[in-house]
Design a binder for this molecule. Sequence first.
Ligand SMILES: Nc1ncnc2c1ncn2[C@@H]1O[C@H](COP(=O)(O)OP(=O)(O)OP(=O)(O)O)[C@@H](O)[C@H]1O
Ligand SMILES: [Mg+2]
Length: 390
Amino acid sequence: MAEYLNRIGAGLILLDAAPLSYDWVPPNIVGREDEQGQLAAMFASIGTPGMSCRAVITGNVGSGKTVLSRAFGDDLARHLAGIRNIQPVHVNCRNHPTTSQVLQRIAKALDDRHPDRGFSASEVIQGIRRNLRTRNQHMLLILDEVDVLLRRESGDLLYQLLRIDEGRDESGTLSLILISQEQVLDQLEGAIISRFGRSNHLALKPYSESQLTAIAAQRSTLSTRTGSVSESILTLIGQASADTGDARVAIELLEAAVMRAEKGGFREVESNHVQRDAASRGRVVEPSVVDELNHHEQLILLAICRRLRRDPEVTSGDAEKLYQVVCEEYEVKPRGHTTFWKYLKTLETRGLMESRTGTASAGRGRTQHITMPQSLPGQLENRLEHALNR
Ligand SMILES: Nc1ncnc2c1ncn2[C@@H]1O[C@H](COP(=O)(O)OP(=O)(O)OP(=O)(O)O)[C@@H](O)[C@H]1O
Ligand SMILES: [Mg+2]
């Protein structure tokens, strides 16, 4: 949806919904000063021509790996302007899980006229090298969710990237940051580990209650009217999300509370608008439950989650239309009405959603109103997208 439409409906509390979404990039990172310092130390020599640096960042879901590394790349480029020309390139390997897809992304990021096919991996790598040399750029390559690539293809690509300057009279073409939820170091072959060094590993801890409160505060300041979200509400959100340590849970609790208060016509968010119980019950949905669903059940659930992030309920008719939109996005043909209904019932039997028959459904028979009291739709949405992109 176009971002500017987020402003429609903004009123008593809400000024701009954009900062309440996960995709929104915060202007600065909250509460990770020590870790930012450690990362900077690992990159101490990057200002020197001819030098390359490396780091591995690991941490649980929602611990800020992606946002921290992207901000680092941008900050570094700005900081070193005039000293060394740093070009940050971020590739998410879950969305691009093969060597050729990753290389394609890098080549395109550096030069959007790069042809889509027709070159071998080593040709693309040498093309990337030449391109950087000609423009006198140093690439800071961030390979996010790199475990997906390693599981599929082992460390071949990493090895080639690390050796990009070998056999030439050159050095310092690229620096590398690897990101993973898991301890990838153990999966890497000896040759690669020795090039990274164990001291270049930054392990992000789950966020504490006060860090989560601060993250929620940052978003609330930028999205709501001054005074409409009190400190005690932000503390409540920090507490409710503390056992997950996941910044997304804090952000989602804030978003849901603001939306509820706004829709209810309140001038301030009140404590009962914060779905405290959903944060802890949300974890009842284990990843395996999502994996056990068939493809179309996952697509239907994804469609429902997306709507329920914003609204307390969705009708079955709307859910079917939203499902068709999701099918288009994933380039599959939607199943017919009867199958859709069957899958909807499966999702309900598995406890992933609840439905009740609407009162105003006389004409059309069986309109259902779907809710998701057991889980946080945004968290589930994230998990589904991961499963669908595998
Ligand atoms: N320290 C922080 N300051 C401000 N916002 C943050 C911070 N940490 C995380 N966030 C926000 O929380 C959300 C989740 O963070 P992020 O995507 O970086 O987590 P992640 O560790 O990469 O998770 P995953 O393992 O699922 O990829 C994002 O919207 C991000 O902007
Ligand atoms: Mg991430």
